[in-house]
Design a protein around this ligand. Structure first.
Ligand code: PMP
Length: 353
């Protein structure tokens, strides 16, 4: 704490990301990264760009990537915004669409960056309790004062909300922006992107960090009505014209072109998740039905925190949130089948002791 900080900065409580340990011996299942490397075509595109273009500024409007994503989803480039990871997109979204004095709604168990942004922008919040089984009751998100945000699938619960429920939330917040954070949607049923042309108040946020194996490249996007996208660009261009570097643009374009690699790795993770979930259930864990690249799991025969600590000692990094309602849950990212099998063996040797 320093007296040079302004009063707002003094009372901030920054987000704490999951640990990033570089030790290759550790099986890292704590930040929902993809266990597979990016498509080889992405790496070639990045290399080519690095060799020939780094002396030049990147495009401030990122048109080529916006067009590529537009083609993928059947949208115009005016309906697509690009940011430096979806965290940045979310931060800009909070600033553009939400305002102090009008409470925004988000679930009480959700992505822990939302309360951080709310504090940063001095927003009022109306935290909505999830149901006992962690599901979202759509009605509780109706008629917000200042807007709505939640992930779908929600994090860290992993549960997916059907598009009909999202439509009901959109209809009952027609004067407010509803942000659906789809960081994990490629592991789930359907994206809400299909609703964009019907709902001018819908902003869908996605990332290349999870399903496209590019957490290290930092690319995220928002899709919605051109007026929403223009608002985001106004804010972005008021603090930094070049948030996306040349390597990120080149790699991201190729990630959207190589649909075969994307489909293959995505399906493999979904299959491994189902395998892992069944195996955990055999071991008497409670595991809500995940539609993400992680599961939330509660062990019956050992305290979650104890299992977390012992797994760490055994070389497995997963996530434990010491938070109300989640005290006895662990969040485990889905790695390769081999990694998940090793984790199951480690769980067995800890619980059989
Ligand atoms: N939204 C949710 C729900 C997340 O879990 C994450 C990953 N921590 C993000 C957004 C941000 O991802 P990124 O900034 O890597 O795009």
């Amino acid at each position: 704490m320093s007296n040079f900080w302004n009063p707002l900065i003094k009372q901030l409580e920054p987000y704490i990301p999951g640990e990033q340990l570089d030790d290759p011996a550790i099986i890292k299942l704590n930040t929902n990264e993809n266990p597979f490397p990016p498509s080889p075509k992405v790496l070639t595109a990045i290399e080519e760009e690095a060799k020939t273009k780094l002396q030049l500024y990147p495009s401030p409007t990122v048109d080529e990537l916006r067009e590529e994503i537009g083609n993928y989803y059947g949208l115009k480039k005016e309906q697509v915004f690009i940011g430096n990871g979806s965290d940045e997109v979310l931060a800009l979204g909070f600033m553009t669409f939400f305002e102090p004095g009008k409470a925004i709604k988000y679930p009480d168990i959700t992505y822990s960056f939302y309360p951080v942004y709310a504090k940063l922008y001095q927003l009022d919040v109306d935290e909505i309790a999830l149901e006992e089984d962690f599901t979202i009751s759509p009605e509780s998100f109706f008629h917000s004062e200042g807007g709505v945000i939640f992930p779908n699938p929600n994090a860290p619960t992993s549960l997916y909300l059907e598009l009909e429920a999202i439509e009901a939330i959109l209809k009952n917040n027609s004067d407010q922006v509803v942000i659906i954070d789809e960081a994990y949607v490629d592991f789930a049923e359907k994206s809400a992107v299909s609703l964009i042309d019907s709902y001018p108040n819908l902003l869908v946020v996605q990332t290349l960090s999870k399903s496209r194996s590019l957490a290290g490249l930092r690319v995220g996007m928002a899709m919605g009505h051109p007026d929403l996208i223009e608002g985001l660009n106004r804010v972005k261009d008021s603090f930094n014209s070049y948030t996306i570097d040349r390597l990120a643009i080149a790699g991201a374009i190729e990630a959207f072109r190589d649909t075969a690699y994307f489909e293959k790795t995505r399906k493999e993770i979904i299959a491994t998740r189902e395998y892992f979930r069944r195996e955990l259930e055999k071991r008497r864990f409670h595991v809500p039905p995940s539609q993400a690249n992680f599961v939330l799991a509660s062990p019956a025969d050992i305290e979650a925190e104890k299992l977390f600590t012992e797994l760490k000692q055994a070389g497995f990094l997963i996530r434990y949130f010491n938070k109300p309602k989640l005290e006895n849950y662990l969040r485990i990212s889905i790695g390769t089948k081999e990694q998940m099998t090793k984790l199951l063996h480690a769980i067995d040797s800890i619980t059989e002791k």
